[in-house]
Design a protein. Structure first.
Length: 213
């Protein structure tokens, strides 16, 4: 095999899932494919999350001599404190009628979260261009937040293009002049898992408190 393909396969390996025991979880940060009897799965490990999602099913009922894999999500950083969502809502309200952005980041060394406003290069009621801030050593982006000003919260085609290479949670707040509308999803290398139950209840309570304050 040529050197380029060798390097690519080392950086993104495939693992045949055993039938008689559980597959060993990843121990190094990165991603890999799990070839299982019930499809092909993507496993991703970051300092703050481990996630497994199916990316393909088989078209033919061929007997595959491997074990099964189940979807899973492990939030290694723990629950994201609602105070950081409240902080972003305050940023979004202050920017009205324009859009605004912020990151909620987590440090694997200190195990602390912080909110990082995104410096705007250009923004308006329907667009946002920002400068990517430099994070401290050990920090990862956990929640990528942006607002839609007085408009509704949703994920646009531009959002899909921007998010398809990332591993993160994405949060959009709309109607920021009042009780905000919300769009929320997990992004994993082009897989968009929208949260059917919406945001965590602690986040909703915090946002409601900001509105009534």
């Amino acid at each position: 095999m040529n050197a380029l393909d060798t390097a690519l396969q080392k950086s993104f390996p495939s693992v045949m899932v055993p039938r008689s025991e559980a597959v060993e979880p990843m121990t190094a940060y990165g991603e890999r494919l799990l070839i299982a009897a019930n499809g092909i799965w993507l496993e991703v490990l970051r300092p703050w999350i481990r996630v497994v999602r199916r990316v393909a099913r088989y078209d033919a009922p061929t007997a595959i001599p491997y074990g099964d894999v189940a979807e899973s999500t492990e939030l290694l950083c723990g629950a994201i404190p609602a105070e950081h969502v409240s902080a972003f809502y305050q940023i979004a309200r202050a920017a009205l009628p324009n859009e605004a952005g912020a990151w909620i980041v987590w440090n694997r060394h200190t195990r602390q979260f912080r909110t990082v406003p995104l410096p705007s290069l250009s923004h308006g009621p329907g667009h946002l261009r920002y400068e990517r801030p430099v994070l401290d050593e050990g920090e990862s982006v956990v929640v990528d937040c942006h607002s839609h000003g007085s408009g509704a919260a949703f994920f646009s085609r531009t959002d899909n293009d921007d998010d398809r290479h990332d591993v993160k949670l994405a949060l959009v707040l709309g109607h920021c002049e009042r009780a905000p509308s919300v769009a929320f999803r997990l992004c994993v290398k082009g897989i968009f898992d929208e949260k059917q139950g919406g945001i965590p209840e602690t986040w909703r309570v915090a946002l409601d408190s900001e509105v009534t304050a």
